[in-house]
Design a protein around this ligand. Structure first.
Ligand SMILES: [Zn+2]
Length: 248
């Protein structure tokens, strides 16, 4: 096979490895994906309960404070009763007292209902936290394992990047341009292996592109083996190469 094609095959494989290493570095690894999802769901349930506890607590405190303020007001009105001199003033004051009492019982009800919600959410939160503990421990262990793997993967990424740069620089500009153009169209790979079709009884071997299955002319196979030019699949335009067993 021609020398550039060997380099391109190496480049393609290095790019593939880089993609996998990048995925390992930045994505959730496959072995902890399920655990991660379960952890995320349970964690968000707990966060929501935590929030419910806090907002019920806040509501209760607000209602209690409002009720206390109004109790003060009520006390003042009750003290005034002894000092009123006219029937009209007395009636007006009684009405004020009624209003204030109504407000107090409203705030008290609000406080009780907030307390009930608070207690229910607190109980549920405690149960969920208890159930979550084992999962959280397991998750922390796996997370530490993942973090432990990262420096090695990071080194691998750097080595691959250096190798890719050096492979690229050893290729003529028109070859890298062609490779990149095809790669843009097929991000999974710009290359396709050519393989013989299994057709017992036929005298001449027939070949096909393993990416798109299109037939590859025997002349093209000869060219891939013996010439310096790169051969593209007639159909998908990927650069064709022969696997080691067929390359001789
Ligand atoms: Zn093809």
């Amino acid at each position: 096979m021609n020398q550039h094609l060997n380099t391109i095959v190496e480049l393609q494989s290095a790019l593939q490895q880089l993609r996998e290493a990048d995925k390992r570095l930045h994505g959730i690894p496959d072995w902890m994906r399920e655990l991660h999802e379960e952890h995320t769901v349970r964690k968000s349930e707990i966060d929501a309960l935590q929030e419910a506890v806090e907002s019920a607590g806040q509501e209760r405190r607000t209602a209690e404070a409002a009720s206390e303020d109004i109790q003060e007001k009520l006390k003042k009105y009750q003290q005034q009763i002894n000092r009123v001199s006219t029937q009209r003033e007395y009636g007006a004051l009684l009405q004020e007292i009624d209003t204030v009492k109504g407000q107090i019982s409203g705030f008290e009800e609000q406080g009780i209902s907030a307390l009930e919600r608070l207690e229910k959410a607190e109980k549920e939160l405690a149960e969920k936290r208890e159930a979550f503990r084992e999962l959280a421990d397991r998750y922390a262990t796996e997370l530490a394992r993942w973090e432990g793997e990262k420096p090695g993967v990071q080194r691998q990424v750097e080595e691959l990047e250096t190798r890719i740069a050096s492979l690229r620089s050893s290729l003529p500009r028109n070859v890298t341009a062609m490779f990149d153009r095809i790669l843009e169209r097929y991000p999974a790979g710009a290359l396709a292996a050519v393989r013989p079709l299994e057709r017992p009884g036929r005298l001449q071997r027939e070949w096909h592109c393993t990416a798109c299955n299109y037939r590859v002319r025997p002349q093209s196979v000869v060219e891939i083996r013996n010439t310096e030019s790169l051969v593209q699949c007639d159909s998908c335009k990927r650069i064709l190469y022969l696997e080691p067993a067929e390359a001789l």
